[in-house]
Ligand binder design. Structure first.
Ligand code: ASP
Length: 325
C-alpha cells in the first residue's frame, strides 16, 4: 500500500513536469493538420493558408492530411483517436456542430473528445450552378428546379458537410426534395460542376469565387445577411427571395482531448498570429471572407461557440428530419 502511494506521487510529479517542459520545447517535429474533406476544396484552402503561417511561427512544418468522406466525420474521428500530444490537430467547420444531431451514432463524442484551439473564419456560402444551367437568377433557378425535381442534381460533401446543410435549407425553402450527389469534398464536386456532370451546389466562397469570376460556373446568391465585397453584384438570398437559406460556415481548430493545456495555448497563440498575417488577411479577402477577431481565436470562445451551434442547428435539423447512421 505504502509502496503504491509512493509510486503514485512519483508518477504525478512526472506528469506535472511533463506539461510545461513539453510546451517549452513543443513542437520538436512536424504537426499534422487533418482536413476532413478532399484536397482542393474550401476547408482545404483555409487550412493550407493557416498551416503555412503556423509553420513559420512554430518552427516546424504543419502538414495537411486530407481525410475526406462521410461529411467530415471520418477526419474528425481520426483526430479524436490520435495521441493527445499536439502533433495531430483538426481544422473543421460548422459540420462539427451539425453532425452531432445529423448522425444517430458518431465514432466520437463531439464535446467530449476534443480540445478547442480557436475559431478561424466565418465563410459565406453561394448558390451556384453549372454554366449552362437554364436560369439567370435565383427565382428562375427555383422555378426550373420545381418543374424538374428529378432531373436536377445537387452536389454536396456528404451528410454533415456545410454544402449538405445549405442544400438542406434550400430544399426546405423551396419545398422540393432533390437528388443529391455526395463527394468527399466540394473540391472534386466543383470539378464536376464545372464539367457539367452535376447541376447545382451550395458552397463556400473560398471555393466558388475564382470559378464565378472566371465564368466557369453561374452564381445566384450569397447566403449571408450582407453581400460580399469580392462578389459585389451577387444578391443575398434575402434579397433574392429565400431568406431562410442563411448560413455562414465557421471553421475552428481542434486537438484531441487530453492534449496538455500549455500545448493547446501554444497552438492557439500560433493560430492567432497566423490570422493577423498579411497573407491570410489578403487571401481571405480575395476569397470573400476574413479572419475572426483575435478574442474568438481562443479555446474558450471556440468551445462556447461549438456548444451554441449544436443547440442552434439541432431544431432546424430535427424539423427537416434528415438523419444518417
Ligand atoms: N465545402 C465542403 C462542405 O460542404 C467541404 C470541403 O470540401 O471543404 O462542407
Amino acid at each position: 500500500m505504502r509502496f503504491k502511494s509512493i509510486a503514485l506521487v512519483a508518477l504525478t510529479a512526472v506528469g506535472l513536469a511533463a506539461g510545461p517542459a513539453m510546451a517549452q520545447t513543443y513542437p520538436t517535429r512536424p504537426v499534422t493538420m487533418v482536413v476532413p474533406f478532399a484536397a482542393g476544396g474550401p476547408t482545404d484552402t483555409v487550412a493550407r493558408l493557416i498551416a503555412q503561417e503556423m509553420s513559420g511561427d512554430l518552427g516546424q512544418q504543419v502538414i495537411i492530411e486530407n481525410v475526406g468522406g462521410a461529411g467530415g466525420t471520418l477526419g474528425a474521428a481520426r483526430v479524436a483517436k490520435a495521441d493527445a500530444d499536439g502533433y495531430t490537430v483538426l481544422l473543421h467547420h460548422i459540420g462539427m456542430a451539425t453532425s452531432a444531431t445529423l448522425y444517430r451514432k458518431l465514432p466520437y463524442d463531439t464535446l467530449g473528445d476534443f480540445a478547442t484551439v480557436g475559431l478561424v473564419t466565418d465563410v459565406p456560402m453561394t448558390i451556384v450552378a453549372k454554366k449552362d444551367f437554364p436560369a439567370d437568377d435565383l427565382k428562375g433557378l427555383v422555378e426550373h428546379v420545381k418543374k424538374n425535381p428529378d432531373k436536377v442534381t445537387l452536389a454536396n460533401a456528404g451528410v454533415g458537410a456545410a454544402s449538405h446543410l445549405c442544400g438542406m435549407l434550400l430544399q426546405e425553402a423551396i419545398e422540393t426534395p432533390l437528388t443529391t450527389v455526395p463527394y468527399k469534398g466540394t473540391g472534386p464536386a466543383m470539378n464536376d460542376l464545372v464539367g457539367g456532370q452535376v447541376d447545382i451546389m451550395c458552397d463556400q466562397t473560398t471555393n466558388t469565387t475564382g470559378q464565378i469570376k472566371g465564368g466557369a460556373i453561374k452564381a445566384f446568391a450569397v447566403t449571408t445577411p450582407d453581400r460580399v465585397a469580392s462578389l459585389p453584384d451577387l444578391p443575398t438570398t434575402k434579397e433574392a427571395g429565400l431568406p431562410s437559406v442563411s448560413v455562414a460556415v465557421w471553421h475552428g481548430v481542434y486537438a484531441p482531448k487530453g492534449t496538455p493545456e500549455a500545448v493547446v495555448k501554444r497552438l492557439s497563440a500560433s493560430l492567432q498570429k497566423a490570422l493577423q498575417s498579411d497573407l491570410v488577411k489578403t487571401r481571405f479577402a480575395e476569397l470573400g471572407t476574413a479572419p475572426v477577431a483575435q478574442d474568438r481565436a481562443t479555446p474558450a470562445a471556440h468551445a462556447a461557440h461549438l456548444k451554441a451551434e449544436i443547440e442552434r442547428w439541432r431544431p432546424v435539423i430535427q424539423k427537416a428530419g434528415v438523419y444518417a447512421d
